[in-house]
Every structure is written in C-alpha cells, then in structure tokens.
Write a protein that binds this ligand. Structure first.
Ligand SMILES: NC(=O)c1ccc[n+]([C@@H]2O[C@H](COP(=O)([O-])OP(=O)(O)OC[C@H]3O[C@@H](n4cnc5c(N)ncnc54)[C@H](OP(=O)(O)O)[C@@H]3O)[C@@H](O)[C@H]2O)c1
Length: 335
C-alpha cells in the first residue's frame, strides 16, 4: 500500500454508514455481516422497504448529517424480489441530488453478485477451452435452466455478451408452464431490452432438447432440486461448459461437485460447481461494498459485479490489496 494514497478518517461525526434497505420483512444477517466486513462503521437495517416508504428513509438519513458526511453513506438494496428491489432503486436514485450524493448497491438475495460470478467463471472456462473451438461467449448458444432472479439476470448478462440464450421454466407442478415461459421472455425484453427464447421444460426429454444444442448450460434451479441426471449428461455431445449454482443437496446436476472448477465431468464437458462460484461471489460482493464505500457515489449492480469478478479472476484485484485491508479509520482516498 502506498503511503500517499492513505488518509485517516478520524472524524467521529462522519463515520461510514450503510443503510440496508430490505424489501423483505426481515433484513438478512448475511448482508449486515458483509457490510461490516467491507469497512462500514455501522449498518442500519430496515425491513419491509417499499418504493412508497423509502424516500423518507433516504432523506432522513442525510439531512442532519450534511453533504460531507453523506459522502460516507451507502444505501444497499437487498431483499429477494427483483422487481421490488429495482423499483426501490429508482426512488433512492431520484431522492439524491448534487451535494447530497451517496453510493447505492443493489443485490437482492445476493443474486446479482452470484450471477456475475457465474458468468465470469463461464467466460474463464471458455477461454481455457479454446482447443475445442469455444474461446468466448459471443455467438454461443446458452441454455439457462431456471427462471428465478439468478436465471433472469444470467439471461440479461449472457444476451448482452452476444449469446443466443434460451431460458427454461422447470417446475413440473407449474400450471400453464408454456404461457409462463412466454411471459418470462416478454419480461426480459420489456424490462432489459434483451431478446431470448423461452421454453417450459419440466421433463427430462424437454431438458435434453434445450441442452443438446447449447455450448453453455447454466443450472439456476431452486436449492435442493436435482434438474439434470447422469443419464441425461451421457446423451450430450462434447464441447460444453456446464455450471450449477445450487449448493444444497441434492445438487442441481448429478456429476458436478460443489468444488468443481472446470473439471471434465464427461468427455469434453467441463463442470463448474456451486461453491466455486460462491467463493468468487463472496469476494465480488465484499469488494463491491468496499468500492461503494470509498467512491461515495454511483450505482453498483450486476454490471459492476461482472466487471469486478473479471478483475478478480484476472488477478487485477488481489485479496490483500489496499482496499480490502482498509478499515473505517484507515481508508484509501482517491488520489
Ligand atoms: N450463492 C448465493 O449467494 C446465491 C444467491 C442467490 C441464489 N442462489 C442459488 O441460485 C439458485 C436459483 O435461485 P433463484 O432465487 O434465482 O431461484 P429460485 O426461486 O430459488 O428457483 C427458481 C427455479 O427453480 C425451479 N423450481 C422450483 N421448484 C422446482 C421443482 N420442485 N422442480 C423443478 N424445478 C423447480 C423454478 O421453476 P419455474 O421456472 O417453473 O418457476 C425456477 O426455474 C438457487 O439454488 C439458490 O440457492 C445462490
């Protein structure tokens, strides 16, 4: 760490504060612990946050403290619901104005950082898979198995990276699955401007159809739900990357182990397991909060998380670098 880049924040009236805005009834202890580990002096959690009540929280958190202290303020939008979190984000952004700017992080259920970590790992796997004619995500066919927040944000990121994406709804108990799948594609188009194909794939036969032409398969099904059995994997042709994000047994894909990191699970098929993605996700989530704390403005979302995940994988950010070791009292300032 270079001495000239370090300043000491000893002003007790301007501590680094993080206001945790959770759209769920109860705030997540995971988010609280994460924010403390990223150097915030205090984390103030609010549950049941909505677009209707968030403006008051934002305004009241800033007015007494004044513009200088507001620079040490971050709003973290959590919860589990994607649309609610994004609606809250809009109101928080609109509530800030010049001289009263603060950083905003949005990561409902950790899904943005998780998805970004998965996409960065898949990119890395493709690059190391060059001999099989893969090498980059552009123009690759991607099958995303799962339509929750992780599946939807994966569809957004992978489409924007040039992939031909098919997203699959999976739950055999779902009524009107075809109609629901069409709705998912419409949602992604209307809200994020990405065009994807969508299918209802509640059976092995349907899932095989989705997977056989894909070079990249991303399993984002609910925790503890097995989606792909070994027999199905055996019927796939080589030159594929297959990643699973479900860390709760039974895992989403038989044969892909939690700690797999580009292990060849079948001839020509590389597996990436949930813990491998999760380890990267945790680094990304902490670093994102550290940067939000220090930079004092801007919105940190899945795009920021993807950039950070790539930098961490390319070792452009190392675990022991200055930001990561900074404490509230000894914090890096921008030069
Ligand atoms: N490591 C982390 O920090 C982290 C963060 C967030 C999520 N995750 C993991 O990521 C995965 C996806 O999470 P999420 O919140 O996006 O989605 P989710 O709501 O947990 O799961 C949604 C998907 O699971 C399918 N599904 C639900 N029950 C099923 C059943 N009985 N049989 C077959 N399919 C079923 C749904 O089918 P339909 O499409 O028909 O609805 C949907 O596609 C989970 O495993 C979660 O634990 C990890």
């Amino acid at each position: 760490m270079k001495a000239q880049n370090v300043c000491t924040d000893t002003r007790l009236d301007t501590p680094y504060l993080l206001f945790l805005l959770d759209t769920g009834a109860v705030t997540s202890p995971f988010d609280v612990c994460l924010a403390l580990s990223a150097g915030f002096r205090a984390v103030i959690p609010y549950g049941g946050v909505t677009p209707l009540n968030v403006q008051r929280i934002v305004m009241d958190s800033m007015l007494l403290r004044g513009p200088e202290a507001v620079k040490h303020t971050c709003f973290f939008i959590g919860g589990v619901a994607l649309c609610e979190a994004e609606e809250v984000l809009k109101v928080v952004k609109d509530s800030l104005f010049p001289s009263f700017e603060a950083s905003i992080v949005i990561d409902p259920a950790g899904a943005f950082t998780t998805t970004a970590a998965a996409v960065a790992k898949i990119e890395e796997a493709l690059a190391s898979f060059r001999l099989h004619g893969l090498s980059s995500l552009e123009t690759k066919q991607c099958a995303i198995l799962g339509t929750g927040v992780v599946g939807r944000i994966a569809a957004v990121l992978l489409s924007r990276l040039g992939c031909d994406v098919t997203i699959a709804s999976l739950d055999p108990k779902r009524d009107h699955g075809e109609k629901y799948a069409i709705g998912v594609a419409e949602f992604l188009d209307n809200r994020y401007g990405v065009v994807v194909k969508s299918v209802f794939a509640p059976t092995t036969k349907k899932r095989l159809e989705v997977m056989k032409s894909a070079q990249v398969i991303f399993c984002a099904a609910a925790r503890g739900v097995r989606i792909i059995e070994k027999d199905l994997l055996k019927r796939l042709k080589p030159s594929k990357i297959i990643a699973d994000i479900n860390a709760t047994p039974p895992l989403g894909i038989e044969c892909v182990r939690l700690e797999d990191d580009m292990r060849e699970i079948m001839p020509g098929i590389l597996g990436i397991g949930a813990l491998t993605i999760d380890k990267l996700k945790n680094k990304v989530a902490k670093r994102m909060l550290e940067e939000a704390r220090v930079n004092a403005k801007g919105v940190y979302n899945y795009d920021s998380a993807l950039m950070l995940a790539r930098k961490i994988l390319r070792k452009k950010i190392r675990p022991n670098d200055a930001l990561a070791s900074a404490t509230p009292k000894q914090t890096l300032c921008r030069p």
